[in-house]
Design a protein around this ligand. Structure first.
Ligand SMILES: Nc1ncnc2c1ncn2[C@@H]1O[C@H](COP(=O)(O)OP(=O)(O)O)[C@@H](O)[C@H]1O
Ligand code: SF4
Ligand SMILES: [Mg+2]
Length: 327
């Protein structure tokens, strides 16, 4: 395995059990993260983005099941398989090495507790023996880095903070134990445009300061383009294309990515609001046979509705799941 990768997701598949059967939310996902890089996972609503984050950290809801795959995390030069470690080790790893900030967490703070108590509780919960002063200083420094007045915010109750401030507070909290990987699910979605822009600057700053590996999910292609080094494009639970952001935006290969990028060029970029391609997203309960995009694809061939294309490698970092690129 190549050493510059801090995370390697291999053939990760996850489903949700429902009365009608199973929702194929994550199908054979392959992704790799360079240490210190920023990866954006983009795709329309309900395409399976959150499922990837939850599956890779083994934090799916109770009806979620991982049905295959491995997630290798590099620690001290060796890879550990997150899918195989014990529950206790996983719990430690989740905060101290890989931190996940879930979607719509702005209300995750307890309204009856001052912000500082959230930091203190987290330290106590994890059995970490830090003095109150040490927790205060560290929390305050992290909040300052998030562009907030740390000492003031720590004394505040959640309702005294704006939505954007609460979001940044939660990111600071997730950085408490200095994780190597920060995973953010739709960090900008619930925010107004100005607050979004500020958060993007802050995340960029955090990344530069801490040299942390960042993975974030968004349905907003311009946000992804601005912040990320690498991009993965999800459609119908499948990873359709991945590569360097400049290649994905500048020279998209998959017909779905091409449609997405074309719609980005036409001023609006919100994947949720636009219908770049005629037709509807696929049912993940009964997905189409073959390529999951074939019912909407202008380039479909006979085999597309029969055989699922593998992820073809175009160059060192560029992969695409489409029969057009079969050699
Ligand atoms: N707990 C669940 N039970 C059943 N279906 C779910 C559950 N969570 C998500 N899904 C379904 O799985 C698919 C992928 O969801 P998700 O990963 O949340 O997509 P995204 O984050 O891209 O919006 C969607 O069809 C969604 O409705
Ligand atoms: S595999 Fe076929 S249907 Fe799927 S995106 Fe490629 S050309 Fe279109
Ligand atoms: Mg989601």
């Amino acid at each position: 395995m190549s050493d510059s990768k801090i995370l390697k997701i291999e053939n990760l598949s996850a489903i949700y059990l429902v009365r009608e059967g199973s929702i194929k939310a994550s199908v054979d996902i392959n992704l790799e993260m360079e240490e210190g890089s920023i990866t954006a996972i983009v795709g329309e609503s309900a395409s399976g983005k959150s499922t990837i984050l939850e599956a890779m950290t083994r934090s799916l809801p109770p009806n979620g099941r991982i049905i295959g795959g491995n997630v290798f995390y590099r620690r001290d030069g060796n890879y550990v398989n997150i899918m195989e470690i014990e529950e206790e080790e996983l719990r430690k790893l989740r905060w101290s090495e890989i931190a996940l900030v879930p979607q719509a967490v702005q209300n995750a703070l307890n309204p009856t507790m001052r912000v500082f108590d959230h930091f203190m509780d987290t330290v106590v919960d994890h059995g970490v023996e830090w003095s109150t002063k040490k927790v205060w200083d560290r929390a305050s420094k992290l909040l300052d880095m998030m562009g907030l007045d740390g000492n003031r915010v720590l004394r505040s109750f959640p309702h005294e903070l704006s939505g954007g401030m609460r979001q940044r507070t939660l990111i600071a909290l997730s950085l408490l134990f200095d994780p190597k990987v920060l995973i953010l699910d739709e960090p900008t979605s619930a925010l107004d445009v100005l607050t979004q822009a500020r958060l993007i600057r802050v995340l960029d700053e955090v990344h530069r300061e801490l040299k942390i590996t960042m993975i974030f999910v968004t349905h907003d292609l311009p946000v992804a383009a601005e912040l990320s080094d690498y991009m993965g494009v999800i459609y119908g639970g499948n990873l359709m294309e991945r590569g360097k952001t400049e290649d994905i935006i500048g020279d998209p290969k998959h017909p779905y990515t091409q449609a997405l990028v074309a719609s980005l060029m036409s001023v609006v970029g919100d994947v949720e609001k636009i219908k770049p391609i005629p037709g509807e997203p696929p049912s993940l309960l009964n997905p189409p046979n073959g390529c999951v995009f074939h019912p909407r694809c202008p380039f479909r061939m006979d085999k597309c509705s029969v055989e699922t294309p593998p992820l073809f490698k175009l160059s060192e970092n560029h992969y695409v799941r489409c029969w057009l690129y079969e050699k």
